[in-house]
Design a protein around this ligand. Structure first.
Ligand SMILES: NC(=O)c1ccc[n+]([C@@H]2O[C@H](COP(=O)([O-])OP(=O)(O)OC[C@H]3O[C@@H](n4cnc5c(N)ncnc54)[C@H](O)[C@@H]3O)[C@@H](O)[C@H]2O)c1
Length: 357
């Protein structure tokens, strides 16, 4: 079992049965327990949980429809109504069992319910383990705008058990690797190289997972409310979120896929507006493109995506806020660029596609 100092909550990595999850459940002995799952984690992860931990035999299970398009307020309302119907009180416990969609949304639901109910995250996707379940960001989307409604709120504990990954589809595994690549790009050239190599391997590396978790946890611990360096974790996300949101219904790209393309595009901006050299840019592009394709987009798509960028919550004075790389492993935040720069960036990738086809 690996115990990581997350300051305000427990962060344990290893076999769930050897973790302090059982003793945490005992401390909620006379309380109600509610487990939030989506369709896939209901099928693949819930049976293990409720048969292994007798304290959960009586737990209420709330099943949410799977997919990013369901990370919406309307679903949260349904859950709050269900919690009220079950008579859940503030001293009870909510257990989020799923990927980032479930931990983001379940954390948000728990944090607002009766002004805050305790919750625990048990991430079941790689992306959830390496990123979404850690750091206290919770929320839901507002239409196509990602995470527009949300609060910072820490769980009581996060339990990471990689055995849940055995049923995760390959493209979801790759999605998690995209966030791990990001952790390398913003902090360590060695980590970037290691993740890039790992993406083609069959055997999973717990050591690499730990390294990537340490990057996220280390940054979040120093800046929990994203006043400064936590913004570095948004590298690839200014553009990536817009791609994910815009194509949410049509293409349903995984979160990591969208972020991977966002990282290439923001690296492209970095080569124009920061010191990222051409060979580093080419390396990032070829690493990402060997696993993720750029979605096809039209001039109309570009117009919509640029309009969405202009509404990003990080903007200031009409300029779009983004992270830029100085080199692989070194990133800066709070770079404010004009709308036209993003327009030209999208045009570049549109033309690139035309040339490739
Ligand atoms: N809070 C944060 O700091 C943070 C950071 C990064 C991403 N996020 C959010 O996380 C979400 C993306 O996370 P995600 O990629 O885990 O999405 P997800 O929760 O939608 O999971 C991806 C898919 O994998 C399935 N799945 C999960 N675990 C499984 C398992 N063990 N076996 C089989 N199928 C399984 C899910 O049902 C879903 O279909 C986005 O909403 C993103 O905005 C949040």
């Amino acid at each position: 079992m690996k115990y990581i100092d997350a300051r305000e909550y427990k962060l344990e990595i290893g076999n769930l049965e050897e973790s302090s999850f059982a003793s945490l459940l005992k401390s909620y002995d006379s309380c109600k327990k509610v487990i939030i799952v989506d369709e896939n984690t209901h099928e693949h992860c819930l049976p293990y949980l409720i048969t292994t931990f007798s304290e959960l035999a009586e737990a209420e299970v709330i099943l949410l429809p799977d997919g990013e398009e369901n990370k919406q307020m309307s679903i949260a309302f349904n859950v709050w109504e269900a919690l009220t119907e079950y008579g859940v009180s503030r001293s009870d416990l909510i257990i989020n069992l799923g990927g980032g969609m479930i931990t983001d949304m379940g954390g948000f639901i728990a944090s607002c319910y009766k002004r805050g109910c305790d919750f625990v995250n048990i991430p079941t996707s790689l992306l959830g383990m390496v990123d979404a379940s850690i750091g206290g960001k919770t929320g839901v989307n507002l239409g196509n705008y990602k995470n527009q409604i949300g609060v910072f709120s820490n769980p009581k504990a996060v339990f990471i058990d990689i055995s849940f990954l055995s049923t995760l589809p390959l493209e979801e595994l790759q999605s998690g690797y995209a966030e791990m690549l990001k952790h390398g790009l913003i902090s360590s050239r060695t980590l970037f190289d290691e993740v890039a190599e790992q993406m083609s391997k069959e055997e999973f590396s717990v050591d690499l997972l730990l390294k990537a978790i340490e990057v996220k946890n280390g940054i979040v611990k120093q800046d929990p409310l994203e006043k400064g360096q936590r913004k570095l974790l948004n590298f690839g996300h200014t553009v990536g979120h817009v791609i994910e949101g815009h194509f949410m219904e049509s293409l349903q790209l995984t979160h990591g896929h969208s972020i991977a393309i966002g990282m290439v595009m923001e690296a492209f901006l970095s080569s124009h507006f920061s010191s990222l050299d051409d060979s580093s840019y080419a390396e990032i592009e070829s690493t990402v493109f060997s696993h993720f394709s750029v979605p096809k987009f039209s001039d109309k798509d570009i117009q919509i995506m640029v309009a969405m960028l202009s509404n990003d919550k990080k903007n200031s004075k009409g300029r779009i806020n983004t992270c830029l790389l100085k080199s692989i492993g070194e990133c800066t935040y709070d770079n404010f660029l004009a709308e036209e720069s993003f327009m030209e960036m999208f045009m570049h990738f549109k033309n690139l596609q035309i040339n490739l086809n």
